[in-house]
Design a protein around this ligand. Structure first.
Ligand code: NAD
Length: 503
């Protein structure tokens, strides 16, 4: 139960950390213990307005600040994030529950986004072409778009916000972050470090809340662009509402990622990669391999090996940097949702090769062990819906073509991987599998900062993805200038001082 000693997280508005006026709010848990570790206020329309206005007021000064000076602040932010690396990882583990090693990896990926943003003076350069018509030159220049908003999910409390604002603000925009109300602490700590790096007041702001707060941001007339990462139905809602209100939107959604194992693959290597992909971060990753597709006669062997690995994983509380392989799920409600899918699967005729509910744990955290559901058919709910837990579904295929067809029937399209020794099969898979991020003998083909996060189908709504040069395009608008200069006027026309070789 919440106690009075539990702190309420603050909002960041115009460089000042303030308590929220709203009396609506929620609780932040340590998922390893079930304890409430903070309270989070839910902002209403007035507070959203105040925060967006502060971002709008800071925009003229910030967008006129030379790009190299903007990048210098990112260099300092990167140094501060590295100096506080352990603290940031511990905060992420405390509010999210992932293991310390997983939290550290996520902070490292986030810092790489800051490093990418340090290169924006080069990345923002425009293009020019002389003499595109007689005596006419043409150039494009990138301008910031204005006030940008980021709305982020619970599963990477520090990394996903870092996918957005370092690039957005270094491009000259100002920013309002609405972190997940389940995990606001890492985002707040990073906000403190960003202010310490010397960012002017109002350039970066944080507001907390639920749907009411998001709706106020989606409808606010001063907001120009919205980046969203979260579940598919909400991503679609954000995209439709944001674009209807005239905003540029990129909205990344949920996923169902397939791991195809060809009969020539090394099954020990493949099953190790499958277990790491399906059970890493307790399966709460949009790039988790959640469906294994063994091709040919290897199904029984593969299910045996991956179930053995799952059963051997140490699962438990991640408090105090414990040595577990897998931590808890985010909330009790989410744990119940995940276990509900195991019942649905058996009711629909699949079999449970490994049931993580049968484990016993020595903490009150939201814990479940790795699960394997075998003999899943395309029409079953567990084949079509994102479970977002440590559950690997197995869909057996007779041929590579059947495996490709399973991908075609899937409504999502984030990632997919193949395990094989055959270059021919790998090439066919890369070319024809219906997903935007492809792995070849790689369990989690999540791109690093320099490449875009290219989800397809119902895993992404919008045109320009997060990360890489697509993010520079998203956070800037181009201005084209066409220039023609005439020779000097009547008086000087015959003065040789103005003559060029051409004339
Ligand atoms: P979520 O959709 O419940 O929440 C995401 C954000 O939307 C939160 O900030 C939340 O406050 C807000 N929100 C929730 N309901 C809303 C509503 N009805 N109206 C307006 N805003 C609302 O997602 P989550 O449970 O926090 O995160 C898990 C999901 O995120 C999974 O589906 C996962 O696949 C997805 N995800 C996708 C990617 C990607 O790159 N595609 C990356 C990470 C996570």
């Amino acid at each position: 139960m919440p106690s009075d000693s539990v702190a309420t997280v603050k909002m960041l508005c115009n460089g000042t950390w303030t308590a929220a006026a709203s009396d609506r709010g929620g609780e932040v848990f340590n998922p390893s213990t079930g304890e409430v570790i903070a309270r989070v206020p839910f902002a209403g329309r007035d507070e959203v307005d105040r925060v967006v206005q502060s971002a709008a007021d800071a925009l003229p000064g910030w967008s006129e600040t030379p790009v190299v000076e903007r990048a210098q602040i990112m260099f300092r932010f990167r140094e501060l994030a590295k100096a506080h690396f352990d603290e940031l990882a511990e905060t992420t583990t405390r509010e999210h529950g992932k293991t310390l090693a997983e939290a550290r990896a996520s902070i490292q990926r986030g810092i790489e986004m800051i490093e990418f943003a340090c290169g924006i003076p080069s990345l923002m350069m425009g293009q020019s072409l002389e003499n595109i018509a007689r005596d006419v030159d043409c150039e494009t220049i990138r301008h910031p778009v204005g006030v940008c908003v980021g709305i982020t999910p619970f599963n990477f409390p520090a990394m996903v916000p870092l996918w957005m604002y370092p690039v957005a603000i270094t491009c000259g925009n100002t920013f309002v972050l609405k972190p997940s109300e389940k995990v606001p602490l890492s985002a707040v700590r990073l906000g403190e470090l960003l202010m310490e790096a010397g960012l002017p007041d109002g350039v970066f702001n944080i507001v907390h809340g639920d749907k009411a707060c998001v709706d106020a941001l989606l409808e606010h007339p001063l907001v120009r662009a919205i980046s969203f990462v979260g579940s598919t139905d909400i991503a679609q809602y954000i995209y439709e509402t944001g674009t209807r209100n005239g905003k540029r939107v990129q909205a990344a959604g949920g996923a169902k990622n397939h791991l195809i194992i060809m009969p020539d693959a090394d099954l020990d290597q493949a099953s190790a990669a499958l277990a790491a992909s399906a059970y890493g971060c307790a399966g709460e990753r949009c790039m988790a391999g959640s469906v294994a597709v063994p091709v040919g006669e290897i199904g029984d062997d593969l299910v045996g090996k991956v179930s053995e690995r799952g059963a051997a994983m140490k699962v438990g509380s991640t408090v105090g940097g414990s040595d577990v392989d897998m931590g808890p799920l985010i909330t009790r409600a989410h744990l119940e949702r995940v276990t509900g899918y195991l019942d649905v699967a058996t009711q629909e005729g699949a079999t449970l090769a490994l049931d993580g509910r049968q484990r016993e744990f020595d903490s009150d955290g939201f814990l479940i062990g790795p699960c394997v559901i075998d003999r899943v058919q395309p029409e079953m709910r567990v084949a079509r819906e994102e479970i977002f837990g440590p559950v690997l579904s197995v869909m057996r295929a007779g041929t590579l073509d059947e495996a490709l067809n399973i991908g075609r029937q899937c409504p999502y399209g984030n990632g997919a991987s193949i395990f094989t020794r055959s270059g021919w099969a790998a090439r066919a898979f890369k070319r024809h599998f219906n997903a935007g991020m492809i792995g070849i003998n790689v369990g989690v083909p999540a791109p690093m900062a320099w490449f875009p996060f290219t989800g397809w189908n119902r895993s992404f709504f919008g045109d320009l993805h997060i990360q890489g040069t697509e993010s520079i395009q998203f956070y800037t608008q181009q201005k084209m200038t066409m220039t023609r200069w005439f020779e000097s006027g009547q008086d000087t026309h015959h003065d040789p001082i103005w003559k060029t070789r051409k004339g």
